[in-house]
Design a protein around this ligand. Sequence first.
Ligand SMILES: [Zn+2]
Length: 188
Amino acid sequence: MKLLEEILEHNSNFVRNKEYLKYETTKFPNKKVVVLSCMDTRLLELLPSALNFKHGDMKIVKNAGALVSHPFGSIMRSILVAVYELNADEVMVVGHHDCGMGSINADSMIQKMKDRGIAVEKIEALKYAGVDIKSFLKGFQSVEESVRESVDTINNHPLLPSNLPVHGLVIDPHTGKLDVVINGYESD
Ligand SMILES: [Zn+2]
């Protein structure tokens, strides 16, 4: 059975058995926080457990690397929506050790695209559309530095109130241990 078929079979049972009842909550986060983290599989359940966040407690925005790579991109828009429309009163950027974005190599990823049939001409043409593919696919050297940069972008965003606490943390993807890079209560 293919994945989608498996999902749909499970889903019809899930709904029929009313398994959703134990997940009932609202769209407003109980702990009034929006978390930006990484899409890493190891964080899926570990991160909320390690922070003692239950279902319904947080808004969570995820991408590869927990990065705010653009002040007017979709990550930043999600944070703005969480703050202005969904009652989030603080922001947490949670990067992690051993992140895939820490070891990403633009050249090797471009090579993999070519191996999968993406034409060299298409890749070359991106520069005429104003896309610098190498910086688009750039990772980071230090997770602490990367968290610091994302917190800085959020903290200095012209559309966010200046008294909004923005914390920066790094989580261990094995133990769940948190290290504080920036305590947003202290950086007013
Ligand atoms: Zn990661």
